[in-house]
Structures are given as C-alpha cells and as structure tokens.
Design a protein around this ligand. Structure first.
Ligand code: T5A
Length: 211
C-alpha cells in the first residue's frame, strides 16, 4: 500500500488554519482520498491533556524550555498513536500545526536556539516529517482581530504582545524562504474560497515536483 501524505498547516493565530483544514479535508475526501484531520498540540486523548496543560494560564511560571518540552512530548504521543499509523495505512493526514510551530513560537517568539529545537525534532520524529506545509500568512493585526472576534478568554499564547507575533510571523517566513520545496506561503488575507483554492494548487504543485 502506498504511504499516505503528511500535510501541515501553519501560521499565526487567526490565520484561518482550522477553517481551511476543514475545507481542504472535504475537498480531498471528495477526490476519493482517505483523509484524517488533526491538530497540535493535541490530536489524541493523552496529547489533548498535554495541550490543556500547556495552553492554560496558571499562576506558576512555565519557562520557554518547559513549554518546548511539553510541545515535543505531546508531538511524540501524537506521532506514535495517530500520525505514523495513519500514514502507514495510506491515509492523507492534514495537521493543524507541527514542528514549524515550535520553530516559530518557541524559537522565533521565545528566543530558544534553533539547534536545540532541531535536535529535539530529530529525537522526537526523525522519520515523520511533512511532505507539504502550507503557511497561511496574514499580517499580525488582521490575525489578532480575527482571533479576538471568535474567542472567549485568551490562552497563554493569545495573551502575548504584537511584538511576539511579529517575531513568530518573521520566523515562519524565514522557514518558507529556506525550504521552498516543502513550504508554500499562501496569502490568507484573501477571501476564504481563494485561500482554499491556492492551498489545493500548492499541494498539487509540490506533489507534481516530487512524483
Ligand atoms: N504552539 C503550538 C506553540 O507555541 N508551539 C507548538 O509547537 C505548537 C504545536 C495552539 C497554540 O499553541 C502554540 C501556538 C498557538 O498559540 P491553537 O488554538 O491550536 O493554539 O491555534 P490558534 O492559532 O490559536 O488557532 P486559531 O483558531 O486562533 O487560528 P486559526 O485556526 O488559524 O484561525 P480560524 O480558522 O479559527 O479562523 C479565525 C477566524 O477567522 C475567520 C474564521 O471564520 C474565524 O472566525 N476566517 C476568515 N475570515 C475572512 N477571510 C478568511 N480567509 C478567513 N479565514 C478564517
């Protein structure tokens, strides 16, 4: 059986990842593909519990290093229990965030060294890396307005400053520039239909190059 495809969606809060992933999932399933949508941190019962721990705003300090380790712990659970088995069954896995989020948030946003993140990525999921990554790119102001319009109380990340999200966005754009064969930047300030169409086109273009 052919191995499935691993497609990740990335971007700052309010970029539209959850909205776009639902539409992409439906369009790809309509083509007869077996599609699994999931998210990080989270995606399995245990990883969702780790998600709740890392996103909640408590009184205790959570150092950037601890935050990063929780992200990788949740990721390893997700890879072992959901992502790798689904790929081995030939499914297409669409994942809302993956290790590029750690590069952008804990690396760009919190300032942790890139080399440290790469060594943990190797340790955690050396054999499970995205075939295609869609970077849904929006200006920080637009992303924050969209996220604020649809949420309740902000989580630990949503409470961060504009400067933090500017650093996160800049790191995402660096990743897209340095890995054009894997990462496609999509202008996510466009109407939703156009964003979804561009995302499908980017998947097809990368598929055609790697076929
Ligand atoms: N994190 C995660 C790390 O720090 N390190 C890591 O390694 C990982 C994996 C997760 C948090 O964890 C951090 C990053 C995050 O802060 P989350 O809830 O999964 O949190 O992620 P968020 O980005 O916060 O999710 P959001 O829901 O805010 O953003 P989305 O999914 O990008 O946006 P979405 O689809 O909910 O859309 C927001 C609103 O905009 C509208 C939608 O209808 C919705 O109302 N919208 C559009 N409106 C107009 N035009 C369009 N094109 C639109 N697209 C969406």
């Amino acid at each position: 059986m052919p191995r499935g495809r691993f497609i990740t969606l990335e971007g700052i809060e309010g970029a539209g990842k959850s909205t776009v992933i639902a539409q992409l999932g439906a369009r790809l399933a309509a083509r007869g593909l077996s599609v699994r949508t999931t998210r990080e941190p989270g995606g399995t019962p245990l990883a969702e519990r780790l998600r709740a721990l890392v996103l909640e705003r408590g009184d205790e300090q959570l150092a950037p290093e601890a935050e990063m380790l929780l992200m990788f712990a949740a990721r390893r659970v997700h890879v072992d229990n959901l992502i790798r088995p689904a790929l081995e069954r030939g499914e297409w896995v669409l994942c809302d965030r993956y290790t590029d989020a750690t590069r952008a948030y804990q690396g760009g946003g919190r300032g942790l060294p890139a080399a440290l993140i790469e060594s943990l990525a190797q340790l955690t999921h050396a054999d499970v890396n995205p075939d295609v990554t869609l970077l849904l790119d929006v200006p920080v102001g637009l992303g924050m307005r969209r996220a604020a319009a649809r949420r309740g109380a902000p989580d630990r990340f949503e409470a961060e400053s504009t400067a933090f999200f500017e650093r996160v966005r800049a790191r995402y754009l660096d990743i897209a520039r340095s890995e054009p064969a894997r990462v496609a930047r999509i202008d996510a300030s466009q109407p939703l239909e156009k964003v979804v169409a561009d995302a499908l086109e980017a998947i097809e273009a990368i598929e055609a190059r790697t076929r």
